[in-house]
Design a protein around this ligand. Structure first.
Ligand SMILES: O=P(O)(O)OC[C@H]1O[C@](O)(CO)[C@@H](O)[C@@H]1O
Length: 322
């Protein structure tokens, strides 16, 4: 780990008493910030967490967006207008800002405090946005909360997650191919998850299936499935269930029990079958989304190959005005 993330948060803490952390971005980058938001909500006794699409921060800024706030903003390309505007509003309100981007030439990199990350197959999970966010928050809690006890377990997880992800990715290869063979023409998919991994149900749906495959689908929180959506369950609808760890897991298990009884077509991606237990039980739920992200890449690649629909084909994004 290169230390830039740690350096930036320590700098902030020299002069600021952080009471609120805002996580802002758009689309896939926003997905990457959710586990940090969930982590802070679960672990901190002094800091409030807020997670929102960047535009919402500019059009409806919270009253907590002030000199005691820290904004963590992510933009892969570093130039997304909504993100740049949100950061400007945050700075104007006196907040501290750390951005993350892959693009050294971008506005994020040139104009704001930034952590630059690589994005190639070899990049370690702890140097990608989800890992960087967890590193920043781990330092923040260590500095601010004397009773924070998970610092070492998180560091250890950050050391181990990359090899877990790589092993899991090769393990699911055949399975993703079979999935694509069976379901490449599916009319509608439900993607479910909970806890920190709710983010990946969201990302699987909006980025991998809708944006990259133009497939109709929706994402659901496993807990919310029982509050309306389950009425659609029958032998024909397809469900993808991400099963994480931690306290939230019981919501995923409840969905699985129900699907076993009343459903027929469901794909279970269980972090416990994919090696997540190699990370300490007290923190491994925060690493499941990194694992699930890589599973969504594996599934969407198999779908792309079967459907002959390139992952980078767009008809609106970056093509027309919006
Ligand atoms: O991360 P950036 O560069 O701000 O771009 C955000 C855009 O990229 C995506 O995450 C993926 O194409 C979209 O969901 C979103 O509109």
């Amino acid at each position: 780990m290169n230390g830039r993330a740690e350096e930036l948060i320590r700098d902030v803490l020299k002069t600021k008493n952080i009471k609120d952390v805002f996580f802002v971005a758009c689309g896939g980058s926003l997905v990457d910030l959710y586990p940090g938001f969930y982590f802070l909500n679960s672990e901190s006794g002094t800091i409030h967490a807020h997670w929102m699409t960047a535009k919402e921060m500019s059009v409806a800024p919270s009253r907590f967006l002030n000199e005691n706030a820290l904004v963590l903003a992510c933009s892969h390309g570093g130039n997304t207008k909504e993100v740049i505007n949100a950061v400007k509003v945050a700075l104007k309100n006196g907040a501290s800002v750390i951005t993350m981007t892959h693009n050294p030439e971008s506005i994020c990199a040139r104009e704001f405090n930034t952590v630059l990350y690589d994005w190639d197959d070899k990049t370690n999970e702890n140097e990608r946005p989800q890992g960087i966010v967890l590193r920043i928050l781990n330092e923040l809690l260590k500095e601010k909360e004397p009773d924070y006890k998970k610092y070492d377990a998180i560091l250890e997880g950050l050391e181990n997650i990359d090899s877990i992800v790589r092993t899991a990715t090769s393990k699911v290869k055949n399975r993703t191919w079979l999935f694509a063979e069976k379901y490449h023409n599916e009319k509608f998919l439900y993607i479910m998850g909970s806890g920190a991994s709710y983010s990946q149900a969201y990302g699987f749906a909006i980025c991998s299936l809708q944006e990259m495959q133009w497939m109709d689908c929706c994402y659901l929180h496993s807990g919310e499935y029982f509050h309306g959506p389950f009425e659609c369950t029958d032998k024909d609808h397809l469900y993808i269930l991400l099963m994480g760890t931690g306290n939230a897991r019981e919501m995923d298990e409840r969905c699985l029990d129900f699907l076993k009884k009343y459903g027929n077509k469901y794909e279970v991606i269980d972090a416990k079958d994919l090696g997540i237990d190699e990370i300490d039980e007290s923190v491994n739920e925060y690493f499941c989304p990194m694992l699930f992200y890589n599973m969504t890449v594996a599934y969407r690649t198999a779908l792309q190959n079967k459907r002959q629909h390139p992952l980078d084909m767009r008809r609106y994004m970056g093509v027309v005005e919006y």
